[in-house]
Design a protein around this ligand. Sequence first.
Ligand code: GDD
Ligand code: MN
Length: 375
Amino acid sequence: MDLSVIVPTFNEGPNVAELVRRTTDALADRAVEVIFVDDSTDDTPDIIRAVAAAASIPVRLIHRDDPVGGLGGAVVEGIKAAASDRCVVMDGDLQHPPEVIADLLARAELGDVDVVVASRYVAGGTSDGLANAVRTMVSRASTLLTKSMFPKKLHNCSDPMTGFFLVDRSALEVETLQPRGFKILLEILARKQMRIAEVPFSFAPRFAGESKASFSQGMRFLLQLTMLRFGRMSAFALVGGLGAVANLAIMWGLQTVGVQYIIAAVIASVVTIVANFLALEYLVFADMRAESGLMRHRFIKSFTFNGVEAIVRIPVIWVLVSQAHIQSVVAAGLTLIAAFVVRFVFHALVVYAPKKSRIGKAARAIEPLEDEVTA
Ligand code: GDD
Ligand code: MN
């Protein structure tokens, strides 16, 4: 096998036959397989099976009932299952022209790189197929942001957000990848310094169906960036920081309509405690939820902690305001900062502690956290 082509699909039925046809034609003189890693909720798997039966190259289907990690998770699964170490990842909607695979392969065969990126932003490439001006701007801006966060690792990559690339699996530590959502190439490039080459390509309009990108994918991406760059503790800090700002804003708002500052602080705390918990559940500790028991129990622990914290914090605010004559909002801010570290440690090691019955996995999940906490 010269090459495995991995295609993540979510409800892409009408594109399957055309994709296999063009891939077969473009790589006629090569031993190539296509692996569809499918999370569809429609009849796409049946269509893939039918196309596979008629194809002249091996076409495999991995259908996932539990779509862990979304698009990125699907890609990682495909990389693990591939017959060849040379893996091409390509979208299933023909926005990535299969003919470009030949260019990727030819570049990889020079033998001096680990990853060949099909780039929209290198001479000869275009991004005309992006749905509209807003998506083009979002894509450009997030590319810049990402490159500025990883100036060294992404130095040779003009398009870290592309979903079209070739990777040499032997250069990867597949087990260390933590795919979240759409940006799997970024995950691969950010983990370890890769030798990167690029070939240009023109991002085509979709052949059929519609895009699965969304605002929530965008938020997931921002979180992924934060996690990759600073680890879980900073994602926690980001959430906590936003919570603190909201807390102060609510307090200030209530005081301007005449609510006494102690009462205002209590209300602001309750509102932000609940919002914070939801952000921790679905963003910061999303990957640990499955193993750490019932959400209700976590909420009780988290709520109790925050309640105790607030109860301790409010007398401290009172002391700071009435004895040390610090302005009330500033005093509240100071106590929020002090509470942050304790709160992170408690959540990482207590609230999201894996259940004992699965201690093997548990130990693995907690280790990196412990390192972070220790650091
Ligand atoms: N298995 C699986 N699971 N596949 C998925 C999922 C999922 O949860 N979500 C989307 N896909 C598949 C789609 O079926 C498609 O084959 C491919 O992933 C890309 O999804 P699109 O919905 O077509 O995304 P896009 O065109 O908006 O985004 C593409 O271009 C971006 C660059 O502008 C993707 O390649 C992105 O990764 C890329 O960043
Ligand atoms: Mn697409």
